[in-house]
Write a protein that binds this ligand. Sequence first.
Ligand code: LLP
Length: 424
Amino acid sequence: MATLSTPKFSTSRNEIAGQSVAALAKEYGTPLYVYDINVVSQRIADLSQFDVVRYAQKACGNIAILDRMRRRGVVVDAVSCGEIHRALAAGYSAEGHEIVYTADIFDAAALDLVVEHNLHVNCGSPDMISQLGQRRPGAEVTLRINPGFGHGHSQKTNTGGEQSKHGIWHSQIDDCLRRADQFGVTVTGLHMHIGSGTDLEHLSEVCEAMERVAGEVGRTITTISAGGGLPVPYNESETYVDLDKYFQLWDATRNRLSESFGHPITLEIEPGRYLSAESGFLIAEVRSVKKVGGNLFVLLDAGFNDLARPVMYGAHHPISVCSSDGHAVDDRELVQAVVGGPLCESGDIFTQREGGYVDSRSLPACRVGDYVILENAGAYGFVMASNYNSKTRAAEVMIEDGQAKLIRKRETFADLIRGEVIPD
Ligand code: LLP
C-alpha cells in the first residue's frame, strides 16, 4: 500500500462519520466517546500483508469493538485476567492462539485462567516460564525479548533498554532455555515490542536483534511477532510509518529465519493505537469560558478522568469545536485558548506539554454550550479513564453502517459506590 499522508486537522467539526455531533451529544449526553468503525476496518486492511494481526486490546477494549475486530479476522492479546475475560465475552475462542496472554508476571488468578483455558503465553520474565511449566509441563511458549534498547513517543512508553521492566533481557536466553527444559516447555515464538512510536531506522536494529535471538533459541521457533508501536499522526508535523518498508524489513527477517530453520515462520504484528486511535472522538460540552490574567480558559465537562494522555505524557490531541445547535464554526474568529476540564487539579488541562507546561491552542472562539471534540482519542482514551473526583465514566457509542449504536452506558452514581461498605 502507498504511505498514508498526514490528515489535515480542522478546528471546526459538526459531524463524525456522517452523524451530527450536536445530535449525538443531545441523545447520549456528554462527555461521550464515539468510534467510527469504518476507520478501524480501514486500518485493519492496511495491515493485510502480515500473516496475523493481533490487536493489543489495552488500547480500546470495549467488547463491541473487540467483536468487530474478531469478525474482521483480527486476533487479540490480553495482558490481564480482565482482558482474557473481555476477549472471551467478545466471542474469541480459547483455541488456536486467538487469545495470547502477554505480560511480565502472572498474578495467581491469571495463571489459573491461562491454565484452565490452555492459553498460549508470551512470557516477559524467566519466572513466568517456570511458573507455567510447573502447572502445565510440556507447554509451548513465546518469549518477549528486551533487545537492550527501545523507543517511545515518551519515556513512559519506551519498553526496551535497561530502564524498562518489560521482557526478558537479551543475554538471558540461555537461562530461559534451561528453565524451559526443566519442565519440557518448548519456545515456539519470539516477540519484540520495544515501544510506542516506532520509526524505520530503529526497526532494522530490532530485526537484527530478533534474528540473533532466534539463532540462539533455534529451530523450535515457528512464529515471530513485530509487536506494536505503529504511530499515527496526532498533529500535522507527524507522519505515518511507511508500512511497505516496515513489512519488507520484517518479511526479510522472517524469510531468512525460515530458510535457515527449514520451515515456514509466521509473522505477526500487534498494534493497539494504529487500529483504534483515529476511530475515536471524545465529545465534551463547554461549561465556562473565562479570562485568567493573559490566558483564556475554555473549561469542559470532560477532564483527565476521561482522557489522561495529555496529563500523563503531554500528549497532543487535535481539538475541534461545534456550535450548540450543530453548526460548523469555521466563520468564527480564532483565539488562543487553554482547554481544561472540571477536576480539582491544576493539571486537568488538555493543552499541555510534557512536564505539565500549560499551552494554548488557536481555536474558534468558544461559547458556553458549544461542543469541543478531542480527536484521535480511540486509543488509550476510555480505557485509561478513572472515577477520580467521583466522576462517572462516559458512555461509548459506535457508528456503523450510518447508525449510532450505544456500546457502553454512562456510569451511574450507583455504579460509583458499588462494592463500598459502611461497617457498623
Ligand atoms: N504490544 C505490547 C506488548 C504492548 O505493551 C503494547 C503497548 C502494544 C503491543 C501496543 O502498542 P501501540 O501499538 O498501541 O503503540 N498509554 C500509552 C501507550 C502505552 C502502550 C503500552 N503497551 C499512550 O497513551 O500512548
